[in-house]
Design a protein around this ligand. Structure first.
Ligand SMILES: [Ca+2]
Ligand SMILES: [Ca+2]
Ligand SMILES: [Ca+2]
Ligand SMILES: [Ca+2]
Length: 543
């Protein structure tokens, strides 16, 4: 087993099969048979380059192929329907497929119609590791598809991988570690970078509390009067007048904290106060916030879970800014679920080991918290003026006949993000009946949506006789600092609609035969070999 540390990327990489130095020179790199595994990541993607410098034969189709196994549950063994194999669809060298692992060396065939978020492009050319043209694959794994959530501190930010690279010319089938399809116990650890670099707040960090997750705490981003956050559309987390909810990571301003640490500050108190309105918060008395959290510390070879909480004087330790944690620069973590909706203010006081005060820049952080998801109601489905109850059945009288939906999508806190009234029927068929979005109401920081029951004005005409699901769904404009929107609500009613005047031919269905990737016979993996020498030494280039 080997370990490679991924490098954070602030900009998405172009998954185009070209390994440019700008993209890959600063990446984490691990020698593998006949080449190198390179890794970079951000909060949603793990970028992988398989830079097979030893494969100088540009085979067509999938005569060059790779396997990328992920031990999703990190237990060192093939776990059925949990661990996954990424590889190419046979004959489609630019089409990434995701196969469920069933057991050692066994995978479940998937249909050719599979759609996944992860992707790959192959290339053949130079790379930062070799100027001689050779096989490369550039891959983007969607972190959600491999069970990684970087904003959760419950799992270490490690992805366990096993790799095969194979080629017809030159002929090789190399696995690392050996028996990659069967034995997961020696998989390689890809240690993800987990938080922005100090510069990532782009000069908008708060003076002491740099930000909340990815959201900088500068007053131009988190308004001190509304407690709502607005980031630039080009920023990787784009929010507009968003409130805060869920578990919040309050990250330090790295420059300030490093400087305070340098002059002997070793602990701090979090002062907190609350009001339903800003005026009430401003008039409230401060009290010491008591909260606790965990964070993973990198000890040089692995991540060790550490727990944090207040001492008897309600003080928290300042971590050595040079330390390496899975949540970098974390000052404290606060679960806003434990608190009422409204305005929450925070200020920090710093102390040295003897308990003496240490002067720090003044900063008050004001956050508007809303942990109540929007209220959605589907009051009625009207056919003519008659409501159709759940499980009811109606027959349309002609093409002009249809239904109307009486609904409500309402957020008392004014943090509605959008709502949608939809119909769904058949197999994956659907239509939007009406929708609205905060973008159309952003002149005000508050948008509650529809206050009373609203009816869709136009009749909606169901296209075929079928069972229909009518739904009202809504999202809140609420962030935890990592996701733009952590709230959604949905309600639905099912009815059957007979449309006797329309006869449709059954849609033509092309059944696709489930496939396994190249390198399998049926469901079973073919064995490869594992060379003793890695990187450029596996297949030395001829001078
Ligand atoms: Ca590229
Ligand atoms: Ca080849
Ligand atoms: Ca497993
Ligand atoms: Ca709300």
């Amino acid at each position: 087993m080997a370990t490679v540390r991924s490098a954070w990327t602030t900009a998405p990489l172009a998954v185009d099969g070209f390994l440019t130095p700008a993209e890959w020179s600063s990446a984490g790199s691990l020698p593998i048979p006949a080449g190198f595994l390179m890794v970079k990541n951000d909060a949603s993607s793990l970028y992988i380059a398989l830079d097979v410098v030893g494969d100088t034969g540009n085979d067509a189709g999938t005569n060059d192929y790779f396997w990328l196994y992920v031990d999703v549950d990190r237990n060192g063994a093939p776990t059925a329907h949990r661990d996954v194999l990424f590889s190419l669809f046979p004959g489609q060298p630019n089409r990434l497929g995701k196969w469920p692992v069933l057991g050692p060396g066994i995978t479940e065939p998937v249909p050719n119609t599979q759609v996944i978020a992860s992707s790959t492009r192959r290339g053949f050319g130079a790379s930062p590791n070799s100027a001689t043209p050779h096989r490369v694959w550039e891959i983007r794994l969607d972190l959600a598809e491999i069970g990684v959530n970087l904003s959760a501190s419950t799992t270490p930010p490690v992805v366990k991988v096993g790799i095969r690279v194979a080629s017809s010319s030159p002929a090789f089938v190399f696995d690392t570690p050996s028996n990659v399809a069967s034995d997961f116990s020696h998989f390689h650890d890809v240690v993800l970078a987990t938080s922005p670099d100090p510069g990532d707040y782009a000069g908008l960090a708060g003076a002491v509390m740099g930000g909340v997750g990815l959201i900088p705490a500068s007053a131009t981003v988190i308004s001190p009067t509304t407690g709502l956050a607005t980031t630039d559309p080009s920023y990787r987390l784009h929010v507009t007048n968003a409130g805060f909810g869920g578990v919040l990571d309050i990250l330090g301003n790295n420059v300030t904290i490093t400087s305070l640490f340098g002059v002997g500050a070793s602990k701090f108190v979090v002062r907190h106060r609350y009001g339903a309105t800003l005026a009430a918060a401003n008039a409230a008395a401060w009290s010491h916030l008591r909260t606790s959290w965990t964070n993973y510390r990198w000890d040089g070879s692995t991540y060790v879970l550490e727990s944090f909480g207040p001492d008897a004087a309600d003080m928290y330790p300042i971590l050595n800014p040079a330390g390496d944690y899975s949540i970098q620069k974390l000052l404290f973590q606060w679960s806003s679920y434990t608190a009422p909706n409204g305005f929450h203010q925070f200020e920090l006081d710093f102390f040295n080991a003897g308990g003496g005060p240490v002067a720090a820049p003044a900063q008050r952080l004001t956050l508007f918290v809303d942990n109540t998801a929007p209220d959605v109601q589907l009051f009625d489905i009207l056919h003519g003026d008659a409501p159709v109850p759940a499980c009811g059945m109606i027959t349309l009288t002609g093409p002009a006949d249809g239904v109307r939906i009486v609904y409500r999508a309402f957020d008392a806190e004014g943090l509605l993000g959008g709502y949608s009234v939809d119909a769904a029927w058949g197999q994956n068929q659907g239509a939007n009946i009406t929708s609205d979005n905060y973008a159309a109401h952003s002149a005000s920081t508050s948008w509650q949506g529809t206050t009373g029951p609203s009816a869709t004005t136009d009749l909606w005409h169901p296209p075929i006789t079928c069972a229909y699901t009518f739904s009202v769904s809504a999202s809140g404009r609420v962030t935890n600092g990592y996701s733009p929107n952590i709230q959604s609500s949905r309600t639905f009613r099912n009815i059957t609609i007979n449309v006797p005047f329309i006869t449709l031919k059954a849609p033509l269905r092309v059944e696709s035969k489930p496939l396994t990737p190249f390198g399998f016979t049926g469901n079973t993996a073919l064995k490869g070999t594992t060379p003793a020498k890695l990187g450029r030494e596996t297949i030395p280039l001829k001078p």
